[in-house]
Design a protein around this ligand. Sequence first.
Ligand SMILES: Nc1ncnc2c1ncn2[C@@H]1O[C@H](COP(=O)(O)OP(=O)(O)OP(=O)(O)O)[C@@H](O)[C@H]1O
Ligand SMILES: [Mg+2]
Length: 92
Amino acid sequence: MEPGGYLTLKTFSNGKDVILAISDQGKGIPPIDKMGIPFFTTKDSGTGLGLAVCYKIAARHNAAIDIQTSPAGAAFFVNFKVPDTENAADHR
Ligand SMILES: Nc1ncnc2c1ncn2[C@@H]1O[C@H](COP(=O)(O)OP(=O)(O)OP(=O)(O)O)[C@@H](O)[C@H]1O
Ligand SMILES: [Mg+2]
């Protein structure tokens, strides 16, 4: 995203998952299927590790990441499973 754009963080629940949504006002993600592959970058000085690290962190929390993209920006939705209340004792 160019300097001056807004990065928006939101948290909400859809009743099943708790969702952390991160959206930017960049140009959106190019149509490539290498998202999250370590060291894949389209930037001159990128490491290509940003998304790979994010996917690993999400996986350690049993969360799945969905991506939406358009020319107006990209949005990443991190879906955390909510433990069901019958098994809540396991999570105390
Ligand atoms: N928010 C985004 N908007 C547009 N493209 C993105 C976005 N995030 C990732 N990408 C695309 O995916 C590629 C890989 O992203 P990743 O975060 O893994 O590495 P990087 O951003 O290139 O490097 P670094 O994270 O080290 O700055 C980027 O080079 C870019 O092409
Ligand atoms: Mg990055």
